[in-house]
Design a protein around this ligand. Structure first.
Ligand SMILES: NC(=O)c1ccc[n+]([C@@H]2O[C@H](COP(=O)([O-])OP(=O)(O)OC[C@H]3O[C@@H](n4cnc5c(N)ncnc54)[C@H](O)[C@@H]3O)[C@@H](O)[C@H]2O)c1
Ligand SMILES: O=C(O)[C@H]1O[C@H](OP(=O)(O)OP(=O)(O)OC[C@H]2O[C@@H](n3ccc(=O)[nH]c3=O)[C@H](O)[C@@H]2O)[C@H](O)[C@@H](O)[C@@H]1O
Length: 412
């Protein structure tokens, strides 16, 4: 208990200091989309130490006066924001190392905040069919107390769901040569009209999408029946620096991260990129920095964001996974100055790569009408440009470590 009281005292102190700072700098007050001044908020960010969380913390520290109570079990990706004490935002970000599965401090942190952003989840496809129980617990059961505490304490919630809740497109069930497959009505994914289409129960890939769908329905119902102020975000393949890990360097050697990190790892090790089931699935990729702009707008425009579900993606950046592999190979050769290898890709079956129970989303193009109308947001960065800056980062961060790890067994 004394530990909790101490941390609540610390948070209150930070809030007081920041309110004072805000009053002092009132002349340079930023305004929201409706011209109203933006007051400094205290934001409880759960999963702040992950890929999206780290970019959101960076944005909030460098461009706003908000305070972040950063909750996670890890903080490696936000270390550069926490230390040293001389950073310009020192005192506006506090790290709370806790597991939301079993920590009574969570409710206190939500109560102390104006807004909760929940990013915590198991969200890597390699886990969905191999660890379906952990996946369902993480994406549904563990998120329940967060929703409950927000609802009971009248606190606003921004919850991260996924584009995977759409599952497969209607068009994927039509014959290959059907002209209807070309009709956007059969493949564009729209928040308020598209159905959620998952595979059978043995296809455990869908454990994640199903758990995310149920938590969305629960949040929506809390809004309808108990007045919870919520926003649901459906990210469509956000990619950029700090996404996941490079196996054997800053993550387990046998781990399988998402496609950007898998392909980066292959390029760094000069091995062929593995195309699952021919690499025919299609994805639209959005640059993390564009996507973070959208979340920033949601945070600062509650009147426009509350009660909405938002697709956040870049419909102009669609490629097959095979095309992504080819483009990444070309971009990596450019940024690293190394020629690409003779056989840049190889085919693998999904069973071999992910194991039994894997299935796939065929195509994912977000409809942008709602986010555009409510927040005026549009993505800007082309796939080539975002890969160029991301692979430059991957090369600078990992090339030497990979080289050393490859050389080590030989030296031994
Ligand atoms: N990156 C994307 O394009 C994408 C796409 C769709 C959905 N999402 C959703 O966005 C959210 C964030 O994704 P990300 O890409 O940053 O993933 P990430 O794995 O990098 O970040 C998740 C963070 O949550 C933390 N976490 C998980 N369980 C926790 C627990 N019990 N207690 C405390 N911390 C916990 C992890 O340690 C991790 O740092 C997830 O909910 C994910 O489902 C992301
Ligand atoms: O990022 C998102 O928007 C969502 O999509 C991801 O799902 P998915 O796009 O299928 O995951 P990736 O690992 O990024 O795979 C993309 C595609 O590349 C393929 N792939 C992946 C890795 C690889 O080495 N080779 C390969 O061909 C996969 O089979 C899949 O078709 C994850 O489910 C979530 O992180 C998130 O909810």
């Amino acid at each position: 208990i004394s530990h909790r009281i101490q941390s609540i005292r610390e948070i209150n102190l930070v809030r007081k200091v920041n309110t004072r700072r805000y009053r002092m700098s009132a002349s340079s007050v930023r305004v929201d989309l409706d011209g109203n001044p933006i007051k400094p908020l205290t934001i409880c960010m759960i999963g702040a130490g992950g890929f999206i969380g780290s970019h959101l913390c960076e944005k909030l520290m460098s461009e706003t006066q908000h305070t972040v109570l950063a909750v996670d079990v890890y903080n490696d990706k936000i270390k550069h924001l926490l230390e040293p004490d001389s950073l310009p935002w020192a005192g506006r970000i506090q790290f709370h190392r806790l597991n939301i599965k079993n920590d009574s401090r969570l409710e206190g942190l939500i109560k102390c905040s104006d807004l909760t952003v929940n990013l915590a989840a198991i969200c890597t496809p390699a886990d969905y069919n191999t660890r379906p129980l952990d996946t369902i617990y993480s994406n549904f059961i563990d998120a329940l107390p967060v929703v409950k505490y927000c609802s009971e304490n009248n606190k606003r919630l921004i919850h991260f769901s996924t584009c995977e809740v759409y599952g497969k497109t209607i068009g994927s069930f039509l014959p290959q040569d059907s002209p209807l497959r070309q009709d956007p009505a059969y493949y564009i994914l729209k928040e308020d009209t598209s159905p959620c289409i998952f595979g059978s129960i043995e296809k455990q890939r869908w454990s994640y999408a199903c758990a995310k769908q149920l938590i969305e329905r629960l949040i929506y119902a809390e809004g309808a029946e108990n007045g919870l102020e919520f926003t649901i975000v459906r990210p469509f393949n956000w990619i950029g620096p700090r996404m996941d890990f490079i196996p054997g360097i800053d993550g387990p050697s046998e781990g399988v991260p998402r496609v950007l990190a898998c392909f980066s790892n292959n390029l760094l090790r000069r091995e062929p990129l593995k195309l699952v089931d021919g690499g025919e699935s299609q994805r639209t990729f959005v640059y993390i920095k564009d996507a973070i702009e959208a979340v920033h707008l949601m945070i600062e425009n509650p009147a426009r964001a509350n009660g909405h579900i938002f697709n956040v993606g870049n419909p102009n950046n669609e490629v097959t996974v095979r095309q992504l592999a080819e483009m990444m190979t070309e971009v990596y050769a450019k940024v690293s100055g190394e020629d690409s290898i003779e056989t840049p890709t190889i085919d693998v079956s999904s069973k071999e790569f992910y194991g039994e129970g894997y299935d796939d989303s065929d195509k994912r193009i977000p409809d942008m009408t709602i986010i555009n109308k409510q927040l005026g947001w549009d993505p800007k960065t082309s796939l080539w440009d975002l890969l160029e800056s991301t692979l430059t980062y991957q090369h600078r961060t990992y090339a030497e470590a990979v080289r050393q790890s490859i050389a080590k067994p030989l030296a031994n």
